[in-house]
Design a protein around this ligand. Structure first.
Ligand code: FAD
Length: 323
């Protein structure tokens, strides 16, 4: 059964986020001979056509209004509603990011679409699309199948393998005109002030070195930052570390922080409370460093090091430097 699939590209600072390419991989999988359209918003949209085509878009719909350079609920809603009415897709994918989380329920409710959020797997079984998503803070997974109608799915970053880029692949480009009157926008983004994640984006990082209350101070994060930077990764934190004022809440991972799925998660001085595990237990490989051998983090860790993080982390850094 061929399907008409639409992907909303997730863009930050004028650049495509990885999850956009992961969405295209999922779209190609379920299109089954149908067509994949990518929609991209903002005055820079035309610059992003090539990577979208190279990763599987047959058509790229560009909406170049400068009012869409920054995400606003009203602006994106107006533009995406028009895109959906124009394409009439069977399935829609976007990232389970701040944008996807805000936009998808509004679109689904207003247009009467099915919604499945925070999807970690997309498979085809007997011609149907099966969406897998975590429930109970990541302790179990549920599979969802929609019998009819258009489905809007948001994909958790780093879970679906993006396809290889094919530099020879080209897409049809169509410019869609959308009227975004100023009085429609109830919010205006005047400035974006970035916090602490100057380097690798935490939600898309392949490697995360995370610190808990065991780091004991803001300075205690320095060895973790050194290791993360050496490995090309990002620094994360438990709420214990954030609450203690050792780092910014932008780094918090867990139920009330970011949900991450890196290839490698190194938890340093983190006890492993259920609320922390909710944000990282699906990481591909978990290494825990804790001086308490009974710490619950060891129950989810693939590798555990019982020891003082201030001795172990610098030793790891020294060893990685030799590689
Ligand atoms: P602790 O539990 O105090 O653990 C510190 C660990 O460091 C201990 O295991 C100790 O053995 C170890 N340690 C100490 N010194 C060293 C050393 N030198 N070397 C090695 N190990 C050392 N938490 C989150 O993380 N994310 C969330 O999103 C989140 N959301 C929450 C939502 C709700 C509604 C509630 C109620 C709680 C939430 N929490 C969350 C808090 C959570 O319950 C824990 O309190 C928190 O995760 C504990 O942080 P921690 O592991 O850093 O600190």
């Amino acid at each position: 059964m061929s399907r008409n699939v639409l992907v909303l590209a997730d863009v930050r600072d004028g650049k495509l986020r990885n999850v956009s390419l992961e969405s295209l991989a999922a779209a190609r999988k379920v299109a089954e001979g149908g067509s994949v359209t990518a929609a991209v918003f903002g005055s820079f949209a035309k610059d992003l056509v090539d990577p979208l085509a190279e990763h599987g878009a047959d058509k790229v719909l560009v909406v170049t209004n400068h009012e869409l350079d920054q995400y606003t609920t009203d602006g994106y809603f107006a533009a995406f509603k028009k895109v959906i009415e124009h394409i009439n897709p069977d399935v829609i994918f976007t990232g389970h990011t701040a944008v996807g989380k805000d936009l998808s329920p509004r679109i689904a409710a207003r247009l009467g679409l099915g919604l499945v959020s925070d999807v970690t797997r997309v498979e085809l079984e007997e011609g149907r699309i099966v969406f897998t998503r975590p429930i109970y803070a990541g302790k179990a997974f549920v599979k969802k199948v929609f019998k009819e109608g258009t489905v809007f799915a948001t994909l958790r970053p780093n879970n679906i393998e993006k396809g290889e880029a094919d530099s020879g692949r080209k897409a049809n480009v169509e410019e869609l005109r959308v009227d975004v009157p100023a009085d429609l926008l109830r919010t205006i983004v005047k400035d974006v002030v970035k916090k602490s994640t100057d380097g690798v984006d935490l939600s898309e990082a392949r490697i995360i070195v995370s610190g808990g209350r065991g780091v004991k101070s803001a300075d205690g994060f320095k060895p973790l930052e050194e290791l993360a930077s050496l490995l090309g990764g990002a620094v994360g934190a438990s709420r214990g570390a954030c609450d203690s004022g050792y780092c910014d809440y932008a780094l918090q991972i867990g139920q009330t922080g970011k949900v991450v799925t890196p290839d490698l998660y190194i938890a340093c001085g983190i006890s492993g409370a259920i609320q922390h595990l909710a944000g990282m237990s699906n990481s591909k490989v978990i290494v825990a460093i804790n001086k308490d051998p009974e710490a619950p983090i060891f129950q989810v860790a693939d590798y555990g090091i019982v020891g003082d993080l201030f001795e172990v982390v610098p030793l790891l850094t020294e060893e990685f430097k030799k590689l």
